[in-house]
Design a protein around this ligand. Structure first.
Ligand code: SOE
Length: 388
């Protein structure tokens, strides 16, 4: 059995998700073209790296990511660090001939994304971005219905990504609120997930018209670097620092196909936790998805007899995309972990077979172009071409 040695850089939330996927992927998907081996993990502190190796099942640890990139035994570099280090690590990894799996968004800027894309193209290495939600079986089922023409020609895509972990003004000023580390705020962090789904389902985005807003201009400084996503509150009297990224993004979009739509994202929407939704209207039906009920896909077919028309709920299971690898009965419960297992499988298969995989650095670069167009539109208050 072929094996690929993984070098994972980062030891936080995403390192947990990726490590669990490497460990369990062959338990779900079998046979597989290759098995991932958790070889070396990197964190900035010796204690953090050692703990991460023990916890996430890695054989070795280091505090310098270059040790991993330069290790001839490593086949895959997994970048699960904040956005400001993606470009430097990915370019070094590509130059060392490693395949790369990188957290989203691809980078802080279009320039960084382009340099990363150029590097992986020149090296000819397999590359993938962790926009995992398109791998939710219900989202893949929506794609299948659209591709088969079940709802006809796509007319409209309406997407949201609403969370509330930063709605409290006392949620600390983590790296996610700092432009020099994150690049942008809600737009890059979660808006890009919906842009990925929109492109996956409805094709390339041609032009946008939107606004970016910052509702909470300063937040208490954070103790330590680790990002607790709003679960740890600083006191109201703590020293504060400026938020220089967006809290909320809303935009209209026109697809190259002629379809149109809208996308909204916020991390300040009290009561919404991971509310990724889309509704797609076609000439012959509609599809609705809500990640907070991610086993379900709602579909409406205009071809149903008039007295039987209405949205029906399909619970995803063995008959649906990747269903034979997951659980034997519909609605047993698909979670975040399963999306990461499917993502891991598709990446490993792509390396082993030499086939393309999406979303990749090319997709990430185009999503950055779309984000730039949204920013320009917000500044100039007008429609802007994406140049994708
Ligand atoms: C925070 O908004 C976050 O952790 C995102 O960065 C992830 O991409 C998303 O999947 C969950 O929320």
């Amino acid at each position: 059995m072929k094996k690929y040695n993984i070098g994972l850089i980062g030891a936080g939330f995403m390192a947990k998700a990726h490590s669990a996927a490497y460990a369990t992927m062959p338990m779900f998907f079998w046979p597989v073209a290759a098995v991932p081996v958790r070889r070396t993990i990197c964190d900035l502190s010796e204690e953090g790296a050692r703990d991460a190796a023990a916890r996430f099942g890695f054989e070795k640890h280091t505090t310098d990511w270059r040790d991993i990139v330069n290790d001839p035994e490593i086949d895959i570099i997994d970048i699960a660090t904040p956005n400001d280090s993606h470009a430097e690590i990915a370019i070094a990894a590509a130059n060392a001939g490693k395949h790369i799996f990188c957290e989203k968004p691809i980078a802080r800027t279009t320039e960084e994304a382009k340099a990363m894309l150029d590097a992986v193209k020149a090296a000819g290495v397999t590359n993938m971005l962790a926009f995992n939600y398109r791998r939710t079986p219900a989202v893949a089922l929506a794609k299948k219905f659209i591709s088969e023409g079940s709802i006809g020609k796509i007319l409209n895509f309406r997407g949201t990504y609403l969370q509330d972990w930063s709605a409290d003004p006392n949620a600390p000023l983590s790296w996610r609120f700092q432009k020099k580390i994150a690049g942008s705020g809600t737009l890059g962090d979660i808006g890009t997930h919906v842009i990925d789904i929109a492109r996956y389902l409805a094709g390339e985005i041609d032009e946008v018209c939107g606004t970016l807003d910052t509702h909470i201009p300063e937040r208490p400084l954070q103790q330590g670097f680790a990002d607790k996503l709003g679960t740890v509150k600083s006191g109201t009297h703590a020293k504060k620092g400026p938020v220089d990224v967006d809290d909320e993004v809303k935009f209209l979009l026109n697809f190259r196909s002629g379809a149109s739509g809208s996308i909204e994202a916020t991390r300040n929407g009290w009561g919404r936790n991971n509310y990724i939704t889309f509704e797609v209207h076609g000439s012959e039906g509609s599809i609705f998805f809500n990640y907070e009920r991610r086993d379900e896909l709602q579909v409406y077919f205009a071809s149903d007899p008039a007295d039987k028309r209405g949205f029906r709920t399909i619970y995803t299971g063995p008959s649906h995309p990747n269903g034979d690898a997951l659980w034997p009965i519909p609605a047993l419960g698909i979670g975040y972990g399963e999306t990461k297992i499917i993502e891991c499988h598709d990446f490993i298969q792509a390396i082993a077979t030499g086939q393309d995989v999406s979303p990749n650095f090319e997709d990430g670069y185009k999503i950055e172009l779309i984000c730039d167009a949204i920013k320009a539109s917000s500044m100039d208050r007008k429609w802007v071409k994406t140049n994708c």
